[in-house]
Design a protein around this ligand. Structure first.
Ligand code: ATP
Ligand code: MG
Length: 651
């Protein structure tokens, strides 16, 4: 039996909207295929050509040195990442806005490339004055404010390694990451705004710093004006140190393999890992992929809604777009503050043309209802993107019709913190899309679906998603743990990079990422993917979002437990529960009928918006949670779900 709902595969492909296609960089599937084949025939030649997209102080002499699993890209090359994101634009984009920023409280800022350059140079000098040297680590724990972008680029300018920790994390989570990375300086703020409240970042930073002997200095941005505790000699106000810092700071050349940042993964599957990225390969691939996938042009207003605390924010808020000289929109706060149309207000106000967001955000909008959208003029949008989780076909179609008016291509981009850049995605003017599929690997990316022995699986069969050849923006190691790097990524399937995701290819060679390998459910000997069952659930008119896990079942081996959130205005009843189960049985087959359908107000998610099935699994199997919840967005969700279980037992 095929593991995946064949109905989806048979749906006709959606051609790129004509108007879009006419102007696109790559305009046909043949053109894509030609590029793909050329890259496959000579990967090193291909990537060396892409290296020209950035400016080198010294050109690389060799494309790749590969001593599995350790890669060096663009060997001998010297560059400065901040030079590429700033200085090289000053000749012709000095007065172009680099950043259109909007605070949650309505405060705004417009910063040109020339101004951003000035701020970055000053802050680079501040870091130098705080004794930060090339190779030292700087932890950044900030709200989504312009200073965050400045801090990132200032680190890059002087060769310091940044470790951004998402501002929603608690003090212990921050301390863990600072200690693991050995950061010397911490950059934070007095607070940030979230749903109208002040998030007391300085308080958490203080509590973390207590437990972090390596932190010698703390720089604090005044964002909210809230009163904060102060440790003289250790703490400095951003504005004070910036005022006395020099405006000039030369961009020094660094080796292509000089470390750029450490970033911890989101912890959907377990303890977060410190993923290490380096300068040359990372910048080349993010620069190239931003151009290609978002079909970026000079007059675009580009908004990637991710927080810079996640890799999407690193690669597609900061480095990729800035290296291309784009105008970016950045928003500090919650999407539903003061109301559920804040994003659409922003799109309308700034005339956003490219919107890149998470699958989980799209599902939230579906749940909130379209009244929030219909109030606004979204005609500036010309391209939409998603990332983070498989997007259910129903949510995809909604995104396409309601937000994109049927006129904007959707790029469903598959990638990971570890891959550094997007790996599988449609090219918006070239690749016909199928809702729910990330479609085809980019040129230069040897993605395959294989067995654990590394053998290809047939179209329509589930296997492991692997990458067969190194790529420039790949992680170089797990910081401080080469052994874990080798074990987790390069030894599960011999000689190939193991993504940890389960996937299928269909007859067109399109990739369907089905979710984590650990999330596959086995019912009566059949392997069912969570993505498949969840997509069926979400295609029920009352369901907004769903997550499936298994619990042991004496007869079937495993039984499916479905957690669902309902669309606005819906309420759970016995009849609805049966209707939902029946719907899944109709769409996929009786085998996939959930043994239980539980309703939840919210699903447990990581702070990057990914559903944490491992917690739901524990809940379904053991009735409680004992696993690591430090990356959970809202701990009360678990409590509510546990209560629900008790209520369900009484029914
Ligand atoms: P951890 O590795 O700590 O569990 P994580 O994998 O959630 O955390 P990320 O690197 O942010 O952290 O997420 C990458 C994962 O997100 C991918 O491996 C995949 O499972 C999922 N993903 C990302 N984009 C897509 C997409 N377009 N379609 C399907 N899945 C996606
Ligand atoms: Mg992962």
């Amino acid at each position: 039996m095929a593991d995946f709902d064949p109905q989806i595969l048979n749906e006709p492909r959606i051609a790129p909207p004509e108007e879009f296609q006419k102007r696109a960089r790559v305009r046909s599937l043949e053109e894509y295929q030609e590029q793909y084949d050329r890259a496959a025939a000579d990967p090193e030649g291909f990537w060396l050509e892409k290296a020209d997209l950035v400016e080198w102080f010294t050109r690389p002499v060799k494309t790749l040195e590969w001593d599995e699993p350790f890669a060096k890209w663009f060997v001998g090359g010297k560059l400065n990442v901040s030079y590429n994101c700033l200085d090289r634009h000053l000749t012709h984009r000095a007065n172009k806005p680099a950043l259109l920023w909007e605070g949650e409280d309505g405060k705004t800022a417009e910063i040109t490339y020339a101004e951003l350059h000035g701020l970055v140079c000053r802050f680079a000098n501040v870091l130098l004055s705080l004794d930060v040297k090339a190779g030292d680590c700087v932890a950044i724990y900030m709200p989504m404010i312009p200073e965050l972008l400045v801090a990132l680029l200032a680190c890059a300018r002087i060769g310091a390694v940044h470790n951004v920790v998402f501002g929603g994390f608690s003090a212990p989570a921050l301390a863990d990451r600072i200690n693991d990375a050995g950061a010397k300086v911490l950059v934070t703020a007095d607070g940030g705004y979230r749903r109208g409240r002040i998030v007391p970042l300085k308080e958490a930073a203080d509590a973390a710093a207590e437990k972090c002997p390596t932190i010698k200095k703390v720089v604090v941005v005044r964002r909210t004006g809230a009163e904060v505790a102060w440790k003289a000699g250790r703490d400095f106000w951003w504005e004070d140190v910036m005022n006395t810092a020099a405006r000039e700071c030369a961009a020094v050349p660094f080796d292509s393999e000089h470390p750029l940042f450490i970033l911890y993964t989101s912890g959907t599957t377990g303890k977060p890992k410190g993923v290490l990225h380096t300068c040359g390969g990372y910048l080349v691939q993010t620069t190239w992929s931003t151009q290609l996938i978002f079909d970026l042009r000079e007059d675009d207003v580009y908004w990637c809604t991710a927080d810079i605390g996640w890799v999407t924010g690193h690669s597609y808020v900061a480095y990729g777009p800035l290296s291309n000289g784009a105008t970016l929109v950045m928003y500090e706060g919650a999407p539903d503050f003061p109301q559920r149309d804040r994003f659409w207000q922003i799109v309308e106000k700034y005339k956003v043309s490219i919107l890149y967001t998470s699958a989980t955000a799209v599902r939230a909008w579906v749940q909130w209802g379209r009244e929030w959208i219909d109030k606004h003029d979204l005609t500036s949008l010309r391209l939409l993107g998603t990332v983070g989780e498989p997007i259910n076909p129903a949510a995809w179609k909604w995104y396409f019709q309601v937000i994109g008016r049927g006129m904007c291509p959707i790029v469903d981009t598959w990638w990971q913190t570890e891959t550094g850049s997007i790996m599988i995605s449609p090219l918006p003017g070239a690749t016909p899309t199928k809702p729910g599929s990330a479609t085809l690997p980019l040129p230069g990316i040897a993605a395959k679906v294989v067995t654990l022995e590394g053998l290809p699986v047939k179209p329509g069969e589930t296997g492991y998603l692997v990458i067969e050849r190194p790529w420039p923006s790949m992680l170089r190691t797990i910081y401080g743990d080469d052994e874990r790097y080798r074990r987790d990524y390069w030894s599960r399937v011999p000689g190939k990079y193991f993504t940890g995701d389960a996937a299928q290819c269909d007859a067109n060679g399109y990739f369907w990422v089905l979710g984590r390998v650990d999330d596959v459910i086995k019912v009566a000997g059949h392997r069912l993917s969570t993505m498949e069952i969840e997509s069926a659930l979400v295609s029920h008119p009352s369901v907004a979002e769903a997550a499936c896990v298994s619990r042991p079942d004496e007869i079937k081996g495993e039984a499916i437990v479905a957690f669902v959130t309902l669309r606005a205005g819906q309420e759970m009843s016995g009849a609805l529960r049966i209707s939902i189960s029946d719907h899944v049985a109709t769409v996929i087959g009786a085998i996939a009928r959930p043994a239980e359908v539980r309703v939840a107000d919210l699903l447990p998610k990581t702070r990057s918006g990914k559903i944490m099935r491992r917690l739901l699994r524990e809940l379904a199997q053991k009735g409680g949670i004992s696993g690591d919840t430090t990356t959970l967005e809202d701990i009360s969700v678990i409590e509510k779900l546990s209560h629900y279980k008790a209520a369900a037992d009484d029914e």
